[in-house]
Design a protein around this ligand. Structure first.
Ligand code: HMG
Ligand code: MG
Length: 296
């Protein structure tokens, strides 16, 4: 059955901006987060503390967090790939972090520079360190459905990785459809295999093949409690060939509104933020809903 409410986990300032050609100033990024917060988004992944050589777009993570310290009541997780990133995040005052691992070996190498098991070990060190410091931790598993090099990813490859992150103490684990190839049948198969844990699972969809909303509808039927989306449909991973934008927050809100699922988020305010951001990025939002609300 469709739940009465879900949490929308906004990734625009991190996943949305990490692969954009335009590099924004910290002031614009701070204004972006503030506008999203004002629109009612309760959780906003603000930036990442990754290697600036790997993601120059987010090299100003310290400055961005410093500009958001006064936003009470807002969850502002930041993505960290290793203990070095955790130390930077702690020094910058982060209260919540997200670690990232991959269901596939190919993508662990492409995105994290090491094999899948080593990446899991590093993530475990980050989770332990973060929890010891009193931080909440989210776990991401990338390539839960398909991988650009390996093709379809078997459910049996994904399930143990998700369980491992949950056992380590991640409050939520987000199932990444990094390149947007999942279909509802595949979501059903994975969530059926993960039954019993869905109250700690999120779905992180990219809309490459136009399936992201259908996948969300399926995930809701399985009790997934958190949905990742990016304002305006920005995003992609610079290390995943064929990853296009995330599911647009506006597209998600339109569907949830129609289903009567409460989110507490003001769709119009998110859409006007995306139109504002499109001017900074110099390209229109790929979101259908943003385009429609803007009059065409
Ligand atoms: P590496 O090159 O294998 O490791 O990178 P390294 O230890 O040799 O470090 C290389 C350089 O980076 C060194 O500097 C380090 O000091 C520095 P140099 O000596 O060459 O000047 N360094 C750092 N600097 C700042 N902060 C750090 C840090 N760590 C090392 N934390 C590493 C390994 C993990 C660092 C690299 O692979 C990396 O940063 N990867 C992250 C890539 C990334 O951000 N990808 C996008 C996010 S994941 C995603 O989008 C998927 C998701 O949305 C879900 C989905 O869609 O599936 C979450
Ligand atoms: Mg992503």
């Amino acid at each position: 059955a469709t739940p009465p409410e879900v949490r929308v986990y906004e990734v625009g300032p991190r996943d949305g901006l990490q692969a954009e050609r335009a590099v924004l100033t910290p002031e614009v990024k701070i204004a972006f987060v503030r506008r999203l917060h004002a629109a009612g988004l309760p959780t906003i992944e603000a930036t990442s503390f990754v290697s600036p050589r790997w993601v120059p777009q987010l090299a100003d993570a310290e400055q961005v967090l410093a500009g958001l310290g006064d936003l009470d009541g807002l969850r502002l997780p930041v993505l960290v790939p290793n203990v070095r990133g955790l130390e930077r995040a702690l020094a910058a005052g982060a209260r919540e972090v997200a670690v990232v691992v991959s269901a596939t070996d190919s993508f662990a190498r492409a995105n994290l520079g090491t094999d899948r098991e080593t990446a899991l070990g590093r993530a475990a060190d980050v989770v332990r360190g973060a929890r010891a410091a009193g931080l909440a931790v989210r776990g991401y598993v990338s390539m839960c459905f398909g991988d650009p090099d390996e093709g379809r990813v078997p459910v049996a490859e994904v399930v143990p990785v998700v369980h491992r992150l949950l056992e380590l103490g991640c409050a939520t684990v987000s199932l990444g459809d990094t390149i947007g190839v999942a279909t509802p049948a595949h979501v059903r198969a994975l969530l059926t295999a993960l039954a019993g844990t869905t109250d700690r699972l999120a779905l992180h969809g990219h809309d490459t093949y136009g399936q992201a909303l259908a996948n969300v509808a399926e995930a809701l039927e399985h009790g997934v409690v958190e949905l990742d989306a990016s304002a305006g449909g920005l995003g992609g991973c610079p290390y995943a060939r064929s990853a296009t934008g995330n599911l647009a927050t506006e597209d998600l809100l339109w569907m949830l509104g129609g289903l009567g699922v409460r989110t507490g988020v003001d769709l119009g305010a998110v859409a006007s933020t995306s139109l504002w951001m499109a001017r900074h990025l110099g390209r229109p939002s790929p979101s259908r809903v943003v385009t429609a609300l803007a009059g065409g």
